[in-house]
Design a protein around this ligand. Structure first.
Ligand SMILES: Nc1ncnc2c1ncn2[C@@H]1O[C@H](COP(=O)(O)OP(=O)(O)OP(=O)(O)O)[C@@H](O)[C@H]1O
Ligand SMILES: [Mg+2]
Length: 339
């Protein structure tokens, strides 16, 4: 059984320039212990797609579709929960780490108080004293020097990287069923990043935590992902097992994005997504056919301009787990020729 099943997620946001179609029919699932990496150029809708699941979008946004979250025997559609229900799910069943750590921290409470509150609220520890002890341990686990000293400091007294590690400690403290991380380790030193990725892997093997990990860093994707979901123009244009996507990308966008990586090993180490000539279409003005068509280096099928290619199964090893195929939204064959 999956931890999360997202189906036909759509997000429209009212803007002064018209309605922005930011997420356009996204479907994916995350199995227990599985890590799904979400990649794509800036503006492809990665952050909005996860913020939508957690009720963190502004009132100008309209969200449709479903997002079933399996927490033990309970299955809830996150998109139908009330704000108090979502608050209890966030940070309890679902841990989250976002791009800007200040948005997740309360500026007027000490770090110790914020980490301990979470532990007490989730009944991970019986007393305040033990909560403080455990909070110090967690801060040490995310690589913060002088964790006891940090407990008594306020968020503004810490550096950006230190704040990010506090947010990660809070997210992991709840031993969540699902961890949603949006550029969680991008600002951190490589050694600290490796320590945090190890912590997450430990949580996954111990508690079967499913992970959605948004990143521009292909080294991280190669190191931690079971599956990769490639977003463009608010759509999933390719997804599959990490080896399938890295070694046999079926969509010209993915091939451009990965810089025509010859093999997965080429991505190990720190390397970021490659820039593709041109810019993504604004979400207020998406092209009618294939969303990548205006920039596509191999476009030649007349259908691409008018028809949106559906996600279809393509050749691959079938992903890292049974029942998780390699899919791509393209009329091209995997060699880039028209099918
Ligand atoms: N509150 C908002 N109002 C209007 N448009 C928005 C809002 N939030 C996001 N968008 C638009 O939605 C699109 C997707 O944004 P999103 O933040 O999800 O991109 P992203 O893939 O996370 O990019 P990055 O890699 O830079 O973090 C962008 O075009 C952005 O301008
Ligand atoms: Mg983002």
């Amino acid at each position: 059984m999956n931890v999360l099943e997202v189906e036909d997620l759509r997000v429209r946001i009212d803007t002064p320039r018209g309605v922005a179609s930011v997420v356009n029919g996204l479907s994916y699932s995350v199995a227990p212990g599985e890590t799904v990496a979400v990649v794509g150029e800036s503006g492809s809708g990665k952050s909005v797609s996860v913020a939508a699941l957690l009720g963190l979008l502004p009132g100008t946004a309209t969200v449709t579709g479903s997002a079933r979250f399996h927490d033990g025997d309970r299955v809830r559609d996150l998109l139908t929960l009330t704000e108090p229900e979502l608050r209890s799910v966030r940070g309890n069943g679902i841990g989250m780490v976002f791009q800007d750590p200040m948005t997740s921290l309360n500026p007027v409470l000490t770090v110790g108080r914020q980490v301990a509150e979470g532990l007490l609220a989730h009944r991970r520890v019986p007393s305040r004293r033990q909560a403080r002890e455990r909070a110090a341990e967690l801060l040490a686990e995310v690589g913060l020097p002088d964790p006891r000293g940090v407990l008594d400091r306020f968020p503004h007294e810490l550096s950006g990287g230190m704040r990010q590690r506090v947010v990660i400690a809070i997210a992991l403290a709840g031993e969540p069923r699902l961890l949603v991380a949006d550029e969680a380790t991008t600002a951190l030193d490589v050694t600290v990043q490796a320590q945090i990725l190890d912590l997450v892997a430990g949580l996954q093997s111990e508690h079967g935590t499913g992970v959605v990990w948004i990143t521009h860093d292909l080294g991280v994707v190669a190191g931690i992902a079971d599956r990769v979901l490639v977003m463009y123009g608010g759509r999933c244009i390719e997804d599959g097992g990490v080896d399938d996507v890295f070694e046999a990308s079926a969509h010209p966008y993915t091939r451009g994005l990965l810089g025509s990586l010859p093999a997965r090993t080429a991505a190990v180490g720190r390397s970021d997504l490659v820039a593709i000539p041109g810019t993504p279409p604004p979400p207020t003005d998406l092209p009618p056919g294939c969303v990548f068509w205006p920039r596509c280096p191999v476009r030649s099928d007349p259908r691409c301009e008018h028809e949106q290619p559906p996600l279809q199964e393509v050749a691959g090893r079938g992903g890292s787990r049974p029942g998780r195929p390699h899919r791509a939204a393209t009329f091209c064959s995997s060699e880039g020729k028209v099918s």
